[in-house]
Design a protein around this ligand. Structure first.
Ligand SMILES: Cc1cc2nc3c(=O)[nH]c(=O)nc-3n(C[C@H](O)[C@H](O)[C@H](O)COP(=O)(O)OP(=O)(O)OC[C@H]3O[C@@H](n4cnc5c(N)ncnc54)[C@H](O)[C@@H]3O)c2cc1C
Ligand SMILES: NC(=O)c1ccc[n+]([C@@H]2O[C@H](COP(=O)([O-])OP(=O)(O)OC[C@H]3O[C@@H](n4cnc5c(N)ncnc54)[C@H](O)[C@@H]3O)[C@@H](O)[C@H]2O)c1
Length: 477
């Protein structure tokens, strides 16, 4: 049987949000680009991660905001069917036609199927329609994302656990939901399903939630989940799991938690196992290590972006890397001499280097309360050897908070580098509607702004952003 053959300047593997961006940037300068996608164009974020999880979370947050607002009638229980219908709508009923149309509209060729390397710049793409040999004349950008990690707990894999995919695409709300893992996915989905009416038990092996954030952030989420009826078990080691007609049973050291479904939210790993990386001398299953130009060492034609690199774990940061990688590929392999010269001379913070990944990565957790942070936590700054100064403030004491609710509760904190004029190196905001304050802090961190200069950035009254004024006052300005 003869196989079809296609050749392009650039081939992007994986049509998630990140791969789409890389392909778009590379194609803008006239390179002929193919995007290979094995499932849905748009990837996890559009269909099983960011978007569906956020619309499952939002109604509970709005209802609880109403409950905190004097004069607003209690909305009561959520209309679960309507929430799930909105989730179905935002995921386009798991149909990627509109994203595929966009790919075509920007002149990129979409190849559907599972791609595997067969050698340098050579791939095979397999689908129900057959097998295509695909060659890249110039470069390949890998953007195959990540997949959930199921820990090797006895009986777990056989107990048909939910991953985040099952939870975000669920067509019913289980009466009892157990969640394993107290990271971002565990906290967000425990929050969402509690609001939707599940009796949720969150099983956490550590001594707190959201280990990557400031400790006060995890404490606030813990308190809020418990106040809303979620059972949070800390320091809980899962010994065994099994499922029978009564449900799924999670055996801990001192009790057995029984639920209708068990969501495993114990992290993700890069999707590189079935990619033919061994034909390139790279290790299948490992993240694709890249430099700040998103290039893989020793293979000048190979780039990687997004979750597959292990360098970023969010859509926005992966897309930032994708913009950089697309521009680097266009400059190195396109016909624009000025771009080639500029890229060859690129320094940190040029458009050709993903410098923010080291200093200014923003993350929002859409729990109640919202948790948003950027840059270094206090602990990370101390571990980095900085001369750390911390300024924090109770958000309830800002006039804007009292407008939102007499019961507003939250906290904000800046991490400053005292050795550099109190430059902002990190910030955390915890509270209802706190997420929208994050970008001001991201700008401060990227711009390496000292607090004394920020004193002249006057926040409007009465908004939550007035906390920036209070930061200055607390710091003695
Ligand atoms: C429940 C949940 C909620 C989240 N919420 C947020 C959020 O609110 N905000 C945020 O910024 N981030 C969020 N994230 C993280 C975000 O989803 C990821 O960082 C993002 O999806 C990574 O994008 P990507 O393009 O690198 O990978 P993916 O979205 O995983 O896309 C990779 C694509 O490659 C395809 N593919 C893989 N291998 C092959 C192959 N061999 N051949 C062809 N195609 C292949 C896959 O089918 C997939 O479409 C969330 C994650 C989860 C799990
Ligand atoms: N709002 C957002 O931006 C958003 C939302 C969801 C997910 N994400 C991203 O998705 C990725 C995955 O999130 P996640 O929550 O799965 O990972 P995570 O690393 O944030 O949390 C995993 C949790 O599971 C625990 N864990 C690991 N192994 C365990 C085991 N064997 N037994 C018990 N507990 C165990 C860890 O201690 C940790 O608390 C992250 O990169 C995250 O940033 C982002």
């Amino acid at each position: 049987m003869t196989q079809a053959q296609r050749t392009f300047d650039v081939v992007v593997l994986g049509g998630g949000a990140v791969g789409e961006n890389a392909a778009d940037r590379a194609a803008r300068t006239g390179l002929e680009v193919a995007l290979v996608e094995g499932a849905l164009v748009g990837g996890e974020c559009s269909y099983w991660a960011c978007m569906p999880s956020k619309v499952l979370l939002r109604p509970g947050a709005v209802r609880d905001a109403a409950r905190r607002t004097p004069g607003v009638a209690d909305p009561g229980d959520l209309d679960v069917a309507a929430v799930l219908a909105r989730r179905d709508e935002i995921t386009h009923h798991w149909d990627d036609a509109s994203q595929a149309d966009w790919v075509a509209s920007v002149g990129i060729t979409l190849l559907r199927g599972h791609a595997r390397f067969t050698g340098p710049r050579a791939l095979v793409v397999e689908s129900d329609d057959g097998t295509v040999d695909v060659r890249a004349r110039r470069a390949v950008i890998v953007a195959t994302g990540s997949q959930p990690t199921i820990p090797p707990v006895e009986g777990l894999a056989d107990a048909r656990p939910w991953t985040s995919r099952d939870a975000t695409s669920a067509q019913h709300v289980p009466a009892r939901l157990a969640v394993l893992g107290g990271g971002v996915v565990g906290c967000e989905l425990a929050d969402a399903f509690a609001s939707l009416g599940s009796a949720v038990t969150l099983v956490v092996r550590g001594d707190g939630l959201l280990a990557g954030a400031e400790p006060f952030a995890g404490e606030a989420v813990l308190e809020s989940l418990r106040a809303r009826g979620v059972r949070v078990l800390l320091g809980a080691q899962t010994r065994r799991v099994h499922r029978d007609d009564a449900g799924v049973h999670v055996t801990l050291d001192d009790e057995v938690v029984t639920a209708d479904e068990l969501l495993v939210a114990t992290g993700r790993h890069p999707r590189t196992r079935d990619l033919g990386l061994e034909t390139l001398g790279l290790e299948p299953g490992a993240p694709l290590d890249v430099d700040d130009a998103l290039a893989v060492a020793g293979l000048p034609w190979l780039f990687a972006v997004g979750d597959v690199t292990g360098r970023t774990g969010t859509t926005h940061q992966g897309k930032y890397d994708a913009r950089v990688a697309g521009d680097v590929v266009a400059a190195r392999f396109g016909s624009d001499e000025a771009a080639r010269t500029a890229e060859a001379a690129a320094r940190p913070w040029s458009r050709y280097r993903a410098s923010a990944d080291h200093a200014a990565v923003p993350q929002v957790v859409f729990t109640q309360p919202e948790v948003a942070w950027v840059g270094l936590t206090e602990r990370a700054a101390r571990e980095a050897g900085l001369d750390v100064r911390v300024v924090s403030y109770e958000l309830a004491d800002v006039a804007g908070a009292s407008v939102l609710s007499p019961d507003y509760s939250g906290r904000a904190q800046l991490v400053l580098d005292a050795a550099r004029d109190d430059v902002v190196v990190g910030a955390t905001f915890v509270g209802p509607d706190a997420a929208e304050m994050l970008h001001a802090a991201t700008i401060a961190v990227v711009g390496e702004l000292p607090l004394a200069r920020l004193w002249h950035a006057v926040p409007s009254y009465p908004t939550l952003s007035e906390v920036w004024l209070r930061f200055g006052e607390v710091a003695g300005l």
